[in-house]
Design a binder for this molecule. Structure first.
Ligand SMILES: *[C@@H]1O[C@H](CO)[C@@H](O)[C@H](O)[C@H]1NC(C)=O
Ligand SMILES: *[C@@H]1O[C@H](CO)[C@@H](O)[C@H](O)[C@H]1NC(C)=O
Ligand SMILES: *[C@@H]1O[C@H](CO)[C@@H](O)[C@H](O)[C@H]1NC(C)=O
Length: 379
């Protein structure tokens, strides 16, 4: 019965392309941009057998998840220099409410693995799940983009795309925005706030570690350092994206996705605080993951002590992926040390939520915590 319902809902939501999900919050003046970035940065290089089917994927997963004491050769080597030019697809919205004192604060939002920019801009019950719409109502402006490799941004091999490339992309986007580029009629903002979820929070932290004046404040959700990559790479139930759905036929074998809605729920949501409809929507709008994106998280520098701005780290209480299923007790450290220079640093636990904070029933109350934090810090 649940299954029949699931299938009919999936059909209803399974629109042919990612662009079918595009939605502009009615309370914003929104504009789309295709932004050219030129990247030159050090990367790790793939140095293991590449697979071409799901047997190869699970074989690699068991290899990658094996305890290091087995002495297996690392799948990557390097660093080497990487250069490339890419197009990043982004949306900028400013509030269309009159006379907001905050509209010159721009939130620069970076989504996590398994999503695209739609994570911030749910078309499904936007009044309950749409962060962009919520924050526009509070009078803030928001810039959100598809990270390299997903949505309408350029694609790249999943054996190449990785965190250091995306930190450099974020650095350039922050710089553009700070100078009033890609901010429509807003011009030069008063404040730029990095907003992240999960992988997006990791690369935002790494940017602040390397370039502490890139932003004035940071809101980092789904950020925890109790990472056991062996456990996570197993729990994600990864399969080749191109074999799962025609819409990913252009991606190489290095692009993966979890196998079904239960893989999604197991890693991103937590009963009983999600609805079936939100889970179905989240699954239908998921985005593939580059294998090297996952493997490269641990090579990032998270020592953001030189960053002075206010920082809020917010996680769902029962986040499996970054807290091992229970955030209380593991959120303060090492985050407090990494952000020891931050004025007004704070951690916050969103009760009963899992990793995908935006798809939980109480999501908007979490948005309110974020809006209050910004307000309290004069942003
Ligand atoms: C690549 O992997 C092979 C097989 O494990 C290893 O012999 C070789 O040294 C590695 N190359 C580099 C540059 O690390
Ligand atoms: C973090 O960065 C600060 C400032 O650059 C430095 O003093 C400190 O030693 C670094 N901590 C670690 C653990 O690398
Ligand atoms: C909803 O979230 C708010 C903000 O974190 C929290 O105060 C409240 O207790 C939550 N409600 C439930 C039912 O968990």
């Amino acid at each position: 019965m649940y299954f029949t319902l699931a299938i009919s809902l999936l059909l209803q939501f399974c629109l042919p392309t990612a662009t079918a999900y595009r939605y502009f919050p009615p309370n914003g003046n929104c504009v789309d941009y295709d932004i050219l970035v030129s990247i030159s940065t050090e990367v790790a290089t793939w140095n293991a057998t590449k697979w071409n089917d799901d047997f190869g994927v699970v074989d690699f997963v068991s290899f990658a998840a094996t305890r290091t004491s087995a002495g297996l050769p690392p799948p990557i080597t390097g660093p080497s220099l990487f250069e490339g030019q890419f197009t990043i697809a982004a949306t900028f919205c400013s509030p269309n409410v009159k006379a907001s004192p905050h509209h010159k604060t721009v939130l620069l939002a970076t989504h996590g693995l398994g999503f695209d920019r739609g994570y911030w801009n749910s078309q499904y019950q936007p009044e309950d799940y749409n962060f962009a719409q919520y924050i526009l109502n509070k009078g803030y402006s928001i810039f959100f983009y598809d990270r390299l490799g997903v949505g309408a941004s350029s694609s790249l091999s999943g054996f190449v795309n990785q965190a250091s490339i995306q930190v450099e992309i974020l650095r350039q986007l922050a710089d553009f925005i700070r100078h009033g580029k890609y901010t429509d009629h807003l011009g030069v903002p008063d404040h730029v706030v990095l907003l992240g979820h999960s992988f997006g929070s990791f690369i935002s932290t790494a940017l602040l570690a390397g370039a502490p004046t890139s932003a004035d404040a940071a809101i980092l959700t789904g950020l925890g350092f109790s990472l056991d990559s062996a456990v996570q790479i197993e729990s994600l139930n990864l399969r080749m994206a191109s074999a799962q759905d025609q819409k990913w036929a252009h991606l190489d074998a290095g692009y993966l996705t979890w196998n079904d809605i239960f893989g999604n729920i197991n890693n991103f949501l937590k009963a009983p605080t999600y609805t079936f409809g939100a889970a179905v929507y989240s699954e239908a709008s998921k985005a593939p993951i580059g294998v090297l994106e996952v493997l490269s998280i641990q090579s990032l520098n998270f020592n953001a002590t030189r960053f002075r701005g206010p920082t809020l780290v917010m996680n769902g209480e029962f986040d499996f992926l970054v807290c091992g299923g229970f955030c209380p007790g593991v959120m303060e450290e090492p985050a407090t040390t990494f952000f020891s220079g931050s004025k007004g640093f704070r951690t916050y636990i969103q009760p009963q939520a899992g990793h995908a904070l935006n798809f939980h029933q109480n999501a908007t109350a979490g948005y309110e915590v974020i809006a209050n934090y910004l307000h309290e810090h004069g942003l």
